[in-house]
Design a protein around this ligand. Structure first.
Ligand code: NAD
Ligand code: UDP
Length: 328
């Protein structure tokens, strides 16, 4: 049985990856410190014979007794309100955490895949974004902590690949959504759906002309699975190229949810990218992958999931309490 370590296992993508790799016959070791994740995402796995869980902060030395065949490094705050609230943890998990996992992969002879992001392109001047675009990132802006951590993560991963011959893979993930996102994580889909369910107006940041391209989680997981098992070492975009403005997207959510509320406009956050669409030519060619789930279908599944949550989860504060995780 192949063994895989998945960091960020209690998060949105990490928990779906645990499910998928168990389904594919792997023994999965999940690791998380719950800083932005939720134990509820992996409760169903805790008694599974192919799953074990280690509560650990990956920025600290990682000790695993077992052999490992693969490592997926998905631990990192991923929503803008999270990484603005915990900027140093965000930098550390991308930099120190990745360094620890590279060291572990080298010691075990394991293949490591890292979760990079479309944010490495910053507020892009090339559209749609191809993997050879170097990006337009403000290093010292509020989002810089996430973007630069991920850019460093890619650099150190390639250095381990080139210098130590480590087997590495880099996925550049574009906005992905689906069940198990945190309803209060501030990302636009949970934000709009939560607002509709609470009977609040939908908050559009800026004039809503900025664009995003939303990928359903099952498609994203399939792309990551294929990339891990491929022999391609350079970064690969995985996302859904179907682009929409945030204003039009808010209208879609109003229709889907049947809310009587209207949209209201708030300030655009600093360095909020104005357009984002993955060019997935490379993924199509080397992984024979493209997304299968359209936005209407994926949004309906996601809204049904949010509707099923408890009253307490719906009204939980928009900001997680991070105080227990921040060392003085
Ligand atoms: P998430 O916040 O739901 O999951 C991240 C998980 O990592 C959480 O469970 C959190 O507790 C854990 N974590 C954070 N720091 C840790 C640490 N130091 N030690 C151990 N665990 C830690 O976010 P997500 O959307 O599932 O994102 C997962 C990964 O994918 C992240 O690396 C993110 O940057 C990347 N990504 C996601 C998207 C997306 O649209 N969802 C887009 C681009 C990149
Ligand atoms: N956004 C918005 N209203 C919200 C939350 C987000 O208009 O309540 C916008 C945000 O400014 C950005 C887009 O939606 O332009 C996507 O934001 P998200 O936080 O989901 O992810 P990003 O792609 O910016 O990392």
């Amino acid at each position: 049985m192949k063994k895989i370590l998945i960091t960020g296992a209690a998060g949105f993508l990490g928990s779906h990856l645990c499910d998928r790799f168990i389904l594919e016959g792997f023994h999965v070791i999940g690791m998380d410190n719950f800083i932005t994740g939720d134990k509820g995402n992996i409760n169903h796995l805790l008694n599974h014979s192919s799953f074990e869980f280690i509560e650990h902060d990956v920025t600290k030395f990682i000790k695993i007794e077992d052999d490992l065949d693969y490592i997926l490094h998905f631990a990192s705050p991923a929503s803008p309100i999270d990484y603005l609230k915990i900027p140093i943890q965000t930098l550390k998990v991308g930099a120190l955490g990745t360094h620890n996992l590279l060291g572990l992969a080298k010691a075990k002879g394991a293949r490591l895949l890292i979760a990079s992001t479309s944010e490495v392109y910053g507020d892009p001047l090339v559209h749609p974004q191809t993997e050879d675009y170097y990006g337009n990132v403000n290093t010292i802006g509020p989002r810089g902590v996430y973007d630069e951590a991920k850019r460093f993560q890619e650099s150190i991963t390639m250095a381990y690949h080139r210098f130590h011959g480590l087997e590495t893979r880099i996925v550049r993930i574009f906005n992905t959504y689906g069940p198990r996102m945190r309803l209060n994580d501030g990302r636009v889909i949970p934000a709009f759906m939560g607002q509709a369910l609470r009977g609040e107006d939908l908050t559009i940041f800026g004039d809503g002309s900025q664009t995003r391209s939303f990928c359903y989680v099952d498609d994203q997981i399939e792309g990551i699975y294929r990339l891990l098992l491929s022999d391609y070492t350079l970064p690969v975009n995985i996302g859904n190229p179907h682009e929409i403005t945030i204003k039009d997207f808010a209208e879609e959510i109003i229709k889907l949810t049947g809310t009587q509320q209207k949209v209201i406009y708030k300030d655009l956050p600093i360095n909020d990218p104005m357009q984002r669409q993955p060019d997935i030519t490379l993924a199509k060619k080397i992984l024979d992958w493209e997304p299968k789930v359209g936005r209407a279908e994926g949004m309906k599944i996601t809204f049904d999931y949010f509707k099923s949550l408890s009253h307490e989860q719906l009204y939980k504060s928009a900001h997680k309490d991070f105080s227990g995780y921040i060392s003085k």
